[in-house]
Each structure stands twice: as C-alpha cells, then as structure tokens.
Ligand binder design. Structure first.
Ligand SMILES: [Zn+2]
Ligand SMILES: [Zn+2]
Length: 340
C-alpha cells in the first residue's frame, strides 16, 4: 500500500509525506521541525522512520524547517546541486566590506599569526640557549620558525574544523547530502523517483513523479505555466497534486504591489485556477483516482473558486472512482490517501 498526506500547502509552508510499508519520504520541509513532526504523527506517519527529505526548490516556504528536521532525525537531504548551493547562500549572511576594511582584516590576521609565532619561539628559546625569539618572531615568515608542537597544531586544526561544522555555528550543516538531476530517476528504498524541471523563479526547481507497488504519484506545484515536459510526466498518475495558486481577478484587484502581481502571473510564477483548469480539460489524461489542488494563495484565491474551476474542467470525468478532488490546506494536513 502506498500512502500520501499533504501536511501543509501554501505560501506559509509546504510539505508532503509519501510512504510504503518500508520507505518514508518527506517532500519539502516548509514548516518548523516541531510542526512537521506534529502533523506527521497526526497523519499516522512516524517521523523517526523517515528515510530522507526531498527538496523541490530553495524558496523559504519549502525549506523553512529543513536543516533542523534533517539534523534532528539524522537523515539525508536530496536535492540538485544548484538548489543546495542557493540554500547555503540564503543561510549564509554575507557582509559586504570595503577594500580598506579587508586590508585591515588581513593585517590583524597577520599580526595574530606573528604573535603566535612569537610565543612559540619564546617557548623553544627556553629549550635552546642561542635562539633569538625576537628576531625570529619579527622577521621570519609566520609558520616557518621554531618547532611547533605537532600535537598542539593538530589540536588547533581540530578546533577549527569543529567550529566550521558544529550546527550551532554553521546553520548549513546537514547529516548527509545526496544530489540528483532533473530527468535522472533514482530510488530511495522501494520508491522510484523521477525529478523533472518546472518553470519557476528559483535556481533549479523540480517536480517529482513517485512510483512504488505499481502506483504512480505526480507532484507539480510552483510553476508559471504547464510546459509539455511536465504534462508528459503527469500522464498515467494515480494521484495528481497540482498547483491552483490564484484567481486571476482576485490577484489583479488584490493587495500585492504590481511588481509582485507580475511575478506571480509570469511564466516563472504560479499556476492560476484558469491555467490549472485548462490543463485538466485539455492536457490531462483523466487517469487519476485523486486530483489534489495545492499551493492555494491565501490572499488571491478562495478554496471554492479553485474547486469550482477544477470541477468544471473535469465535469465529464468525475465519478466515484476517478478524479476525486481534494484541496490541500495551509493550516492542517489533508486526509491520508491510500492506494493499493
Ligand atoms: Zn517557489
Ligand atoms: Zn512555494
């Protein structure tokens, strides 16, 4: 049996869990670790048995709780290399400094090195009578004089590595990292995963198809339009999770600044109810048992509008067994879908 629960969906956080009897995967970790665990437990999915976290893209609503969750559970994060790098940049605050400040930093680093060398030289002076600590310390390049205690050096190096990887010090530290590429399928346990490229304003965004026990699940949110490579991937899915982000009129008349409205409506923004309905009516094969509408905007959409729009598109295909509609919510998990 394959199970799927959307733990949260929307601009305040996204996360979905897909599991079989032996494998459990989290797709995105856009809520706090504590909230993710609470919702997983509520959905009957034991967080301590998670095999890994897959990341679609580096936007905050998909990675908010990523590092803490991965570290707490000691599990790997799967993403593309550019997405990992973008996430690291996002978490590493960079202070811009002037050239003069940079020179000053270099000077004080050199001074610190020299002082350390002086101290070592003084130490070895006490061992050898004809060694001039002063001359050696001031004139010789740092590191080339005296005989630093190898143990002391090793300890210093260890201390440096430790500060670089301690989670409290380094917010980007993770237990393990696995890279995948869009278009190259891979497996986690008994779940086969195919990542595919989606058009969105992130560095290397992807959607996923999961296959296990003959069940196929397609997941595509955060995309500006429906390109043919995506609609091909979404063929033959038993569960189809699709973005239905905004109602165009609500977005146009809504509170966002014009630049943000343009971004949302752009080819690298989000799918509108109309765009999703258009795909469901014309590009979709009608195969899915469940169609989940996801990533609904709180400001520019209403669940009823998204639902009516999709229902209209699926009008002739809805039945007791096919194309049942489910709306993913921001504040609570969906019911758990089980497929055999
Ligand atoms: Zn996004
Ligand atoms: Zn998003």
């Amino acid at each position: 049996m394959v199970r799927m629960t959307v733990l949260a969906s929307g601009s305040k956080g996204n996360s979905t869990v897909v599991s079989t009897a032996t494998t459990r995967i989290l797709v995105d970790a856009g809520l706090s670790c504590r909230e993710l665990m609470r919702r997983m437990n509520a959905a009957g999915e034991d967080p301590s048995t998670l095999n890994g976290i897959l990341v679609t893209h580096e936007h905050q609503d998909h990675v908010q709780g990523l590092a803490v969750t991965a570290r707490k559970l000691g599990i790997p994060v799967y993403w593309t290399e550019p997405t990992h790098r973008a996430w690291v940049r996002w978490l590493t605050p960079r202070k811009r400094i002037t050239y003069a400040e940079w020179l000053e930093q270099r000077k004080s680093a050199a001074n610190a090195q020299r002082e350390a060398a002086d101290r070592r030289a003084q130490q070895s002076e006490s061992n050898s009578s004809d060694f001039s600590a002063d001359a050696a310390g001031r004139n010789a390049p740092a590191g080339s004089l005296a005989n630093p205690d190898p143990e002391e050096l090793a300890a210093a190096e260890e201390a440096i590595t430790e500060t670089a990887t301690t989670p409290e010090k380094d917010p980007t530290a993770l237990p393990a990292i696995e890279y995948f590429r869009a278009g190259s399928p891979f497996c986690i346990g008994d779940i086969a995963i195919t990542p595919f490229t989606i058009p969105h304003d992130a560095i290397d965004p992807v959607g996923f198809v999961f296959e296990a026990e003959g069940v196929r699940i397609g997941l595509a949110t955060d995309l500006g339009y429906m390109p043919s490579n995506v609609s091909v991937q979404l063929r033959g899915c038993d569960v189809l999770m699709l973005e239905s982000n905004h109602d165009l009129e609500m977005l146009r008349d809504g509170p966002y600044p014009w630049s943000v409205k343009q971004r949302v409506m752009s080819r690298v923004g989000h799918l509108s109810n109309d765009a999703t309905a258009d795909f469901l009516a014309k590009g979709y094969d009608g195969h899915a048992t469940w169609v989940i509408l996801a990533h609904l905007s709180e400001n520019n959409n209403l669940p009823e509008l998204a639902r009516i729009s999709a229902e209209r598109a699926l009008r002739d295909r809805m039945s007791l067994l096919a194309n049942r509609l489910l709306l993913a919510e921001q504040d609570r998990p969906t019911e758990t879908i089980s497929l055999v």
